[in-house]
Design a binder for this molecule. Structure first.
Ligand code: C2E
Ligand code: CA
Ligand code: CA
Length: 762
């Protein structure tokens, strides 16, 4: 190669390498290579061709001087032995020099084609990649037979190498491009996917900072994602939630295991419950491989939780009526049993079974039967208190569990009997179904809930047995499992009925017992209730007041007492009514001392045109203690109206003298038990103390139950304001009282004198 050729070669080489470096399109670079070698070998006669190997065939690369038709014809020829110089070279991986196509067997099948395009010689060299793969062929054609010179071969070697570089570079650019494309498309797929997944994926570093947030609608975040990134969980979430997450993060990083957590967040759209999985990530950031991370995948499970709740409901409630089922009932009864272990109370069950329900159900069909059962369940619910439980535990079987109250067994039995009775009354109203009215009766079994472990099942069994008893006796009745309880309840119910009837028929009346002062002057009377029973005669209040209180008739009794007292006052001489301080004391029990009392007093007093000053209301001290704040408020109001107040049975309750000043009352009644003990030193001391204190507080004092003259004498020597007792008179009907008072007034002096005589000498 001469100097000039060498120079040309370098120049060609440089411009080709430049193109390769610039990643120029491959056909352009290959054409440049072809031009380069042609200019160096034989700028007139040589025609170069580069074919590219592609899956077993050779494809057009560049051949700027060869006829286009020829190029098209050989495009896609197989890389096989005997397919001209190029096919054979690619196949054998060896240089194939054909100096004369005309006589060469390798050109047998392509000779005509070559001839047609005036091609006579073809030297082809395989192009190898750096990893020795065949990339294509590099060939020089001539229009006349010709072997290559040494320089030719040397040049061919150089340009084949340049071709290899160009092709490899182009391929790698191609690969990179498609890789980038593939990456981009998979990335956008991932993005689309992440955007759609309902879960919130948060990458948190080991220190607790938010690093990345993927997926989940932003509605699930407490703050906008952009405001959260880079911040610590403690600064983003409420303390209790961030604590849960950070502790799961630590556990997950130290154990390398997934941690499951649950937390609640108050999002703008309302409170939501999240279930999260915290899992460690090996390397999350290439730039800081030493920093460890976790992935928190959180899912809003609020709806699922609600569904769970609903399932729970289905498991514990009857589908038709919505009432608790047997399972829930047993739970509740067992809870009652536990309560009765701690507190003095008893739970009680009523097992209710509809009489003859099967007949209605069979005759009218199940739809009507269901309708009836729904109405029955409503009627039962209506009859009981909110705190009680009604359950449906079988086709037509219901159970009511009355919530325990601090009561005796007999009271509990009675309460159950009352509920049973009112249910039976409720059921006497017929049920209106679409095709007519139906009358249904019920059989009820009553049992008391025990205290032990299987109290619930046991009580249910007993109530069931009692219900069968009721049924076997013709239905439409209730039965106590325990016969003693039955008896007690029966008696009580009988008394209740009798009291109700007695009040209507005027069997109740007030008796009056006089109160006298030290001079023997009549200063007042206490009204005491009496029941004139048609068979049992005069019944004392102790036998009926508690019952009237429990069955709600105590109000009617108070009416009788007030009206009788008013009548007596009207019959008394006018001098007694005005000015001289005569009063009638009315006993007011806790159940009567309500907000409605004021209205009742005013109504009755105005009916008789009497002033409140004529009345003292007696309250027991235990009542004052229990309801002190409400009671004192009520007392103040009534006192403003003119009524006076007295503390009854003082000394028997648990109040103490220390509390006395807190009650704004006018009078104190020393209980008869102290009067009985006046002959003992301590009894006298107590009474003296009481009197001293009442005087100091400005109350008057009445001694109750004075039966003996020595008591009268002793009390008269003390500062008691009045005395009341059998020694003066027993409680009497109004007419007797009037007669007694008339007689008393004319006979007063002797007592007064004897009392005066006993005044202590100071
Ligand atoms: P209390 O208010 O302490 O009434 C005094 C009771 O002592 C009366 O009994 C009276 O008959 C009786 N007593 C009076 N003097 C003597 C005596 O010298 N010796 C003895 N041993 N007893 C005497 P009663 O009438 O049986 O009343 C009993 C309780 O019934 C009353 O006690 C009162 O707490 C209550 N009570 C009576 N009537 C009513 C009423 O109308 N409403 C209310 N809520 N309670 C009433
Ligand atoms: Ca009293
Ligand atoms: Ca009393």
């Amino acid at each position: 190669m001469n100097q000039q050729q060498l120079h040309a070669l370098l120049e060609a080489q440089q411009s080709i390498i430049e193109q390769i470096a610039l990643s120029a399109p491959l056909p352009k670079t290959l054409a440049l290579i072809c031009n380069g070698i042609e200019g160096l070998i034989d700028s007139v006669n040589s025609m170069s061709s580069i074919l590219l190997f592609d899956h077993g065939v050779l494809r057009k690369g560049a051949a700027p001087r060869l006829p286009a038709a020829y190029n098209d014809a050989i495009d896609g020829v197989p890389a096989q032995y005997g397919v001209g110089s190029c096919g054979t070279a690619a196949f054998t991986r060896k240089q194939v020099i054909v100096s004369d196509i005309a006589g060469d067997p390798l050109w047998k099948d392509y000779r005509a084609l070559a001839h047609q395009h005036g091609l006579a010689a073809c030297w082809s060299t395989p192009i190898f990649s750096s990893s020795d793969e065949v990339l294509g062929t590099f060939a020089i054609y001539y229009a006349f037979p010709k072997p290559p010179s040494t320089t030719d071969l040397e040049l061919i070697g150089r340009f084949t190498h340049l071709s290899s570089l160009a092709i490899e570079k182009a391929r790698s650019v191609e690969r990179e491009k498609s890789l980038a494309q593939r990456l981009q498309s998979s990335n956008s797929q991932l993005q689309a996917f992440i955007k759609e997944i309902p879960d919130l994926c948060i990458v948190i570093d080991e220190q607790g900072h938010y690093v990345d947030i993927y997926g989940g609608s932003s509605e699930l975040l407490l703050h906008q994602a952009s405001n959260v990134l880079g911040r610590h969980a403690v600064d983003v979430l409420p303390r209790n939630v961030s604590e849960i997450i950070i502790s799961a993060l630590n556990r997950s990083l130290s154990s390398g295991e997934v941690q499951t957590i649950e937390y609640e967040l108050n999002l703008p759209k309302g409170p939501r419950i999240f279930e999260g999985r915290v899992s460690p990530i090996e390397t999350y950031r290439q730039d800081t491989p030493e920093l460890r991370h976790v992935l928190l995948v959180a899912r809003d499970v609020t709806a699922a939780k609600e569904a769970q709740q609903r399932i729970q409901e289905l498991a514990f409630f009857d589908a038709l009526t919505g009432l608790p089922n047997r399972r829930l009932l047993l739970d509740r009864i067992q809870a009652m049993a536990r309560q009765t272990r701690r507190e003095p109370c008893h739970g009680v069950l009523l097992y209710i079974d509809l009489d003859d329900f099967k007949r209605i159900n069979d005759a009218l069909g199940h739809a009507v039967g269901d309708e009836l059962l729904t109405m029955v369940s409503k009627r039962i619910q209506y009859a009981i208190r909110k705190s009680d439980t009604v359950a449906r535990i079988g086709g037509d079987e219901f159970v009511v569990a009355l919530s325990p109250e601090g009561r005796t067994l007999n009271d509990v039995a009675l309460a159950a009997a009352q509920v049973a009775q009112s249910l039976q009354t409720d059921f006497s109203t017929p049920f209106e179904l679409y095709n007519g009215e139906y009358r249904i009766t019920v059989s009820i079994g009553i049992s008391v809930v025990g205290r032990d472990e299987n109290a619930a099942a046991e009580a249910l069994k007993q109530a069931d047995a009692a219900m069968y008893q009721a049924k076997s006796q013709g239905g439409n009745q209730f039965f106590h499992y325990d016969s003693a309880m039955k008896k007690a309840a029966d008696t009580r119910l009988l008394i209740e009925r009798e009291i109700g009837a007695g009040l209507l028929e005027g069997q109740f009346q007030a008796f009056f017992q006089p109160q006298l002062d030290k001079q023997g002057k009549l200063v007042g009377a206490e009204a005491l209730a009496r029941w004139q029973h048609p068979e049992r005669g005069l019944v004392p209040p102790a036998d009926f007041i508690p019952v009237t209180e429990q069955c709600g008739l105590v109000d009617n009794l108070l009416d009788v007492m007030l009206k009788d007292s008013c009548k007596l006052l009207q019959s008394l001489s006018s001098s007694m009514k005005s000015g001289d301080g005569f009063t009638i004391s009315i006993n007011i029990s806790a159940k009567q001392f309500t907000d409605s009392l004021e209205g009742k007093l005013q109504r009755i007093l105005s009916e008789f045109d009497l002033s409140p000053q004529l009345f003292k209301l007696e309250l027991t001290e235990s009542m004052l203690m229990e309801h002190s704040s409400e009671a004192s408020l009520r007392i103040r109001k009534l006192r403003k109206l003119g009524f006076r107040f007295s503390i009854d049975d003082f000394g028997t309750g648990y109040s103490s003298l220390a509390y006395l000043h807190t009650f704004a009352v006018d009078e104190l009644k020393i209980d008869s038990s102290f009067i009985k003990r006046l002959d003992q030193t301590d009894g006298l001391a107590i009474v003296d103390t009481i009197i001293a204190l009442t005087q100091y507080l400005g109350f008057t004092t009445v001694a109750e139950g004075v039966e003996e003259q020595w008591q009268v004498d002793l009390l008269s020597s003390r500062n008691v304001s009045a005395m009341q007792g059998y020694i003066f008179a027993r409680p009497m009907p109004a007419e007797d009282f009037l007669a007694w008072s008339r007689a008393h007034i004319t006979n007063t002096p002797p007592l007064a004198c004897s009392l005066e005589a006993l005044e202590p000498q100071h």
